[in-house]
Design a protein around this ligand. Structure first.
Ligand code: CMP
Length: 154
């Protein structure tokens, strides 16, 4: 039985065999020239690029993206931060893409992220933690729909 997401059952590409997840390379990652390093790691693991774009994120899009954090004290700061410079939005595809990408990123707080992970190797600050990755299949479906239209997938 496929898992449910807000719009109903998961679309075909969201089976765990061929799943999609959203990755954002945040302003610190782009400013530090780490887009290639982040993409290299995911590609080396075997995940495929299904869509990718460099953008100045519109505030309304970022607010929708972080909707679940709206009541948290850091909401305004994370929204401002994601709007503070160019970001790269990526749709990654592959078997168990959500879980694979999450484990490669390490814990949200880089201080808790083990060496070998993106945050454990490249970041020190919870806000400037280089990447965002969807937490689960349901969030991935929701977040991908926020950042990409169907026509942007290659
Ligand atoms: P991200 O995975 O993009 O999701 C929410 C972001 O809020 C998180 O990464 C962090 O960069 C940022 N953040 C700032 N403070 C906190 C906090 N106390 N707990 C969780 N996330 C935080």
């Amino acid at each position: 039985m496929p898992a449910l997401y807000p719009g109903g059952i998961l679309p075909p590409y969201m089976s765990s065999e061929n799943e999609r997840t959203l990755i954002l390379v945040k302003p610190d990652g782009v400013a530090r020239g780490l887009v290639g390093e982040v993409v290299r790691r995911f590609e080396a693991r075997g995940l495929k690029l299904a869509a990718m774009k460099l953008i100045n994120a519109p505030r309304a899009t970022v607010e929708r993206h972080y909707e679940e954090h709206r009541e948290r004290p850091f909401f305004a700061d994370v929204v401002n931060y994601l709007c503070s410079g160019p970001i790269v939005a990526i749709a990654l595809e592959g078997p168990n893409a959500v879980k694979a990408a999450r484990s490669m990123m390490g814990a949200t707080n880089p201080a808790d992220a083990p060496s070998g992970t993106i945050r454990g190797d490249l970041a020190l600050s919870i806000e400037n933690n280089i990447v965002h990755g969807s937490a689960d299949a349901e969030s991935a479906a929701k977040e991908l729909a926020i950042w990409f239209s169907d026509s942007e997938y290659v």
